[in-house]
Design a protein around this ligand. Structure first.
Ligand code: NAD
Ligand code: MG
Length: 811
């Protein structure tokens, strides 16, 4: 029986070479799956020739070629895990290839890997997936194939050093200054290899070689100082392996990817093949070698350094490079900027934001993001499900996850599924089964016979409205439950200080004037005899007391006595005290000025704009009054002092009661005050949960409103990457923070889903309201047309949001 092969990226340079090889090896291999990104025509032609069982187009558009092509990003994993596939050739370019590699390895397949970026991003993860699933990686990259061929059959302890060769690319002999202005056409003129655009640019910067050094480290388990690189302009020797006895083997051949691809399919065997030009030493002529000159290839140097540093640094290096090369290919930056961008991003080190997070997102945070997203959508669908059942609609299926079922059972007329793709879930109701927009994703028709009387459309208006509203209601309830749980079980963080920073005398009422005598550093011990330990204690006491109230201050023999206003709101307004908190930085929002200046979690700010900073309030005030003006900050970081310049951006508060100036400077960093957690009794927790839910809902509505009336800035619209970054950071910061963010995303989803756009629940609701007014439903045609418009709007918003994310990464 021939071996089943999946070719991912079949329309690319590696993919086409692979099919070339396979066309000569038809008795040994057969093509089971093909995928491409957007070249549907070539893909269709390939599918016609090879008749694979599975064909997938990631960016398919609407046109259906009639060949049963699967659309969307999930097709990569589906192809890679197809049961008939034994070998997955991964010829995808860039980070997009990671999931398929992981899935294939977990499913125990061989991955013939050309997609080096993913080893660089997530080498550990990939190795782990291979261990767990029993899969193996065999390199396709010519240098690594060369090394593999030299070391095959040897014990790892016999290997002393690797030497990878590099052609030096088109700018090998150019002055750095001239190369920095090189055009795209010049960069794409590779002297010896014909390859895809991205790797060709990588070869010109020599980033490719840095990626290959990292790739070699993971593939052959050698330390970085035992991987050398030499310039070899003829590209005839692809790699050397030096052994412990001093012997060196090299692998030789005219440049072609077909040999390493074939070897990756047959390793450790060799099979007869006639496709490529036989080697001829005389024709090869003189072979020369030169030392690599680091000053000509700064990006290579940064890459090696990132490799040495390890951790997330290689992923960051790779992500920065992907973004920079993309910009260069679009002629938005000159060639020289590629290295600069990479250098800047990698130097930015561990602070959040920048292009770094692109890799973060995909590699480290994918799980957190999936989980958050999947759970919230399932919760939403569960709402629809439960109410549909309650009002007597025939529910054909409730599925957690999309695609084919992993687990399925049946109770009465309803199928319950747990399906493969953990990105959400859905409910199939009688009468709505044709309206599913995701078609295929919803795993096909249900078994039960449809009872037309119990179809969705036959229900009274109120029942249908209840079903539609139930989804968002569940999202809000979920958030509420999370808040209550956190308050009652994990406890709420309270600021562990009772020391005064400043008193805002402008807020004092006639009865509270005496508070003006408090000075910075004064500590409140007791209010009305009850001792206070957190700032929140003070607020609660202040707001909870009435009339004459005694403040006992450390070191003062006499308590301060004030008369608090009788009205609660007036008391809240009169709370003029600010806590003394250290100017220590906590959470830094990706892409905002603080992140871009290099401020990090844990930094203690000691000077700002030439003034000493003694507290968080000192820092805030300095920044508030410097919108759009650079402020030099000095921070204590570990044992050293670090200086940086941050330029707060100008913001205005929507509410007029704000204490901030107009406009005020905003840098996008939270403080990190000393905190203690306090658990609330359950009734208080419920009350606090309700008010937090209300507050959060109001916030989302306000920002949507600002957006709609045009005050909101496009920039503030964060898409999936931003959500992922934030939830990823939060997951690292602890479960409670992660849940907190999930709750607020859940509320966000609820509110957004209620926007009156067809395809969203809000749109559906509008149809029902229209029906209520007209006393008969809108025509199906009109609904379909409106739904299409709605899809376009939602897509446009998504594109905008993702664009913003990417913009945020390198601005
Ligand atoms: P290419 O641009 O010619 O082809 C890339 C393929 O990936 C295309 O089929 C495209 O449809 C697919 N693709 C692109 N973006 C995708 C996405 N987001 N989702 C799914 N599919 C997507 O590139 P190439 O030169 O064939 O290189 C592919 C990989 O192989 C790269 O990682 C490269 O570094 C590596 N590589 C290539 C060569 C070579 O000779 N071309 C040599 C060694 C290593
Ligand atoms: Mg290579």
């Amino acid at each position: 029986m021939s071996v089943g092969v999946a070719v991912l990226g079949s329309t690319g340079s590696i993919g086409r070479s692979t099919l070339q090889v396979l066309s000569r090896q038809r008795e040994r291999f057969r093509v089971v799956a093909l995928t491409a990104h957007s070249n549907g025509d070539l893909l269709a032609a390939q599918a016609k020739e090879w008749q694979p069982a599975f064909v997938g187009l990631v960016n398919g558009g609407a046109r259906d070629s009639g060949l049963g092509i699967r659309k969307g990003p999930d097709c990569l994993v589906d192809a890679a895990t197809h049961p008939d596939v034994r070998i997955v050739v991964n010829g995808i370019v860039g980070a997009a290839g990671l999931e398929a590699t992981l899935a294939a390895l977990r499913a125990g397949k061989r991955v013939a890997l050309a997609n080096k970026e993913t080893l660089v991003m997530a080498g550990e993860l990939v190795a782990q997936a291979a261990r767990e699933g029993g899969g193996e990686i065999v390199p396709v990259d010519s240098e690594h194939s060369a090394v593999l061929q030299c070391v095959a059959g040897r014990r790892p302890t016999e290997l002393a050093r690797l030497i990878l060769t590099a052609s030096g690319g088109p700018f090998r002999t150019w002055e750095r200054e001239r190369a920095s202005r090189a055009t795209v056409a010049e960069a794409l003129k590779h002297p010896t290899w014909s390859m895809g655009k991205k790797i060709t640019v990588d070869s010109a910067t020599l980033v490719n070689k840095a990626l290959e050094v990292i790739e070699a480290h993971f593939l052959f388990d050698v330390e970085y100082d035992r991987v050398d690189v030499v310039i070899h302009p003829q590209s005839v020797i692809h790699g050397f392996a030096e052994f412990v006895d001093g012997s060196v083997l090299a692998q030789v051949g005219f440049p072609t990817m077909e040999l390493p691809i074939l070897y990756a399919l047959t390793h450790p065997d060799r099979v007869p093949d006639q496709g490529v030009r036989r080697f001829d030493p005389v024709a090869a002529g003189a072979l020369t070698f030169e030392a690599l000159q680091p000053e000509r290839f700064p990006a290579y140097v940064v890459g090696r350094e990132a490799a040495r540093v390890g951790g997330m640094a290689p992923a960051r290096f790779n992500a920065a490079n992907e973004v920079a090369v993309q910009l260069f290919l679009e002629e938005r930056i000159p060639f020289g900027r590629i290295a600069e961008i990479i250098e800047r991003v990698v130097a930015a080190d561990t602070h959040h934001g920048d292009a770094t997070s692109l890799a973060d997102v995909v590699a480290a945070d994918a799980a957190a993001r999936r989980l958050a997203h999947g759970v919230l959508i399932s919760v939403h669908e569960f709402g629809h499900f439960i109410v549909a059942k309650l009002v007597g609609i025939q529910v054909l299926r409730f599925s957690l996850g999309f695609g084919r079922p992993l687990l399925e059972w049946r109770r009465g007329e309803t199928e319950y599924w747990i399906a493969w793709i953990p990105l959400g879930g859905y409910v199939k109701m009688a009468g709505l089964e044709e309206e599913g927009m995701v078609g295929e994703l919803e795993g096909g028709k249900a078994d039960a016979a449809i009872d037309p009387k119990r179809a969705f459309d036959k229900q009274p208006l109120w029942a249908r409205m209840a079903v539609i509203l139930a989804g968002v209601t569940m999202n809000v309830l979920f958030a509420f439950a999370v808040y209550v749980g956190l308050y009652a079980v994990a406890g709420v963080p309270e600021r562990a200080t009772t020391q005064i920073d400043t008193v805002r005398v402008d807020l004092l009422t006639p009865g509270t004037q005496a508070l003006a005598t408090l000075q910075r550093g004064d500590r409140i011990l007791r209010i009305d005899g009850a001792s206070v330990t957190t700032w929140e204690d003070i607020i609660r006491r202040f707001v909870g007391s009435k009339g004459e109230t005694r403040f006992e201050i450390a070191g003062r023999p006499q308590p301060l006595t004030v008369r608090l206003p009788a009205d609660t709101v007036a008391r809240l307004r009169a709370f003029a005290l600010e806590p003394l908190l250290p100017a220590r930085i906590g959470f830094v929002i990706p892409g905002e000025p603080a992140a871009r200046a290099g401020l990090r979690n844990g930094d203690l700010v000691v000077r700002a704009g030439g003034d000493t900073v003694r507290s968080w309030s000192d820092l805030l005030r300095k920044l508030w009054y410097s919108p759009d003006r650079p402020v030099e900050l000095t921070v204590v970081r570990g044992d050293s002092l670090v200086t940086m310049t941050v330029t707060p951006r100008a913001e205005t508060d929507p509410d007029s009661a704000s204490v901030r100036p107009k406009p005020f400077g905003f840098i996008g960093a939270e403080g990190n005050p000393p905190q203690i957690k306090r658990r609330l009794p359950i009734t208080t927790a419920v009350r606090a949960g309700a008010s937090q839910t209300a507050f959060q809902t109001e916030q989302v509505i306000l920002s949507v409103k600002r957006f709609v009336v045009g005050q909101g800035k496009m920039r503030d619209l964060g898409g999936p990457i931003m959500i992922a970054q934030v939830s990823g950071q939060a997951a690292r910061a602890g479960l409670d923070r992660f849940l907190m963010i999930m709750a607020s995303i859940s509320i966000g989803l609820a509110v957004l889903n209620l926007l009156p756009i067809p395809v969203l629940d809000g749109g559906h609701l509008m149809f029902l309201i229209a029906e209520g007014i007209r006393r008969r439903p809108l025509s199906l045609q009109l609904r379909l047309r409106l739904t299409q418009v709605g899809m376009l709007i939602v897509l446009a918003i998504m594109v905008l949001a993702i664009g913003n994310d990417v913009f945020r990464l390198f601005r």
